[in-house]
Design a protein around this ligand. Structure first.
Ligand SMILES: C[S@@+](CC[C@H](N)C(=O)[O-])C[C@H]1O[C@@H](n2cnc3c(N)ncnc32)[C@H](O)[C@@H]1O
Length: 238
């Protein structure tokens, strides 16, 4: 787990260093499927027409902007992330799309919102960061549960573990070699892509993630595998 001396926040340094290459590397490594997966997550977030929606650990803002573009009714969207360089790109994207989205700097371990404030919280490709061997994992889960209203929905799209053994071995090899070497080469940030490879290869199965959400207190929890299980879309109701 990477922590910066003097800054106890896990992963903070990694996510302050990667923004310039973050989007392009994502697009290349997933063959553009990350966009489609965020679209599915956005649709799931907006399905019940929530009024207040959070994009948790929003990074460069793709989920928030996708939701803003998709919504055909008034909705207030807030993106939160602890990396200001990521947020700068998110604000720029929202400007280009001419969408009003609040992007605020904050830590998922201590969300700056009152209890039961959101009807829905979505998180794309960051739940692994908040939960994989993260010393603050329990706080992150407790916080998202706290800021959702009773009956509110938590939507997670995240890399996952293919069920088929051969596909799983291939997926692990892919993230631990190709993604690692290419990510390091393009971004110059070896640590970030070693962490990505390791955390993705060792992350929860959808069943284990479902169990984690149930243990947090969520009631109805379900998931759907995407692209042979390389990713999964989870929903949980408070
Ligand atoms: C892999 S990126 C995903 C970004 C974006 N959600 C997406 O779909 O591309 C993970 C994001 O989580 C953010 N993050 C990690 N830990 C965080 C924390 N404790 N509080 C807030 N943001 C955090 C990072 O700054 C980074 O922007």
């Amino acid at each position: 787990m990477s922590t910066q001396p003097g800054n106890p926040r896990p992963l903070y340094k990694i996510f302050n260093d990667v923004p310039p290459h973050y989007d392009i590397i994502n697009r290349v490594f997933t063959g553009g499927m990350d966009k489609k997966w965020r679209l599915l997550a956005a649709g799931e977030c907006l399905a019940d027409k929530p009024k207040q929606v959070l994009d948790l650990a929003c990074g460069t803002g793709d989920l928030a902007v996708t939701m803003a573009e998709m919504a055909d009714y008034p909705v207030e969207i807030t993106g939160l992330d602890f990396s200001e360089p990521m947020l700068e790109i998110a604000r720029w994207k929202a400007g280009i799309a001419e969408k009003e989205i609040k992007f605020i700097e904050g830590d998922a371990a201590n969300l700056p919102f009152p209890d039961a404030y959101f009807d829905c919280a979505g998180i794309s490709f960051a739940f692994r960061n908040l939960t994989y061997r993260n010393p603050n994992a329990a706080k992150h889960l407790a916080e998202v549960f706290r800021v959702l209203r009773p009956g509110g929905k938590f939507v997670i799209v995240e890399s996952s573990q293919p069920k088929n053994w051969f596909i799983r071995q291939f997926a692990h090899l892919y993230v631990r070699t190709f993604v690692y070497w290419m990510g390091w080469w393009v971004s110059g940030n070896r640590g970030a892509y070693r962490y990505l490879g390791l955390s993705a290869a060792n992350y929860y199965t959808p069943e284990a993630l479902q169990e984690l959400l149930l243990n947090t207190g969520f009631g109805k929890v379900s998931y759907r595998r995407l692209f042979f299980g390389a990713a999964a879309l989870h929903t949980a109701i408070k």
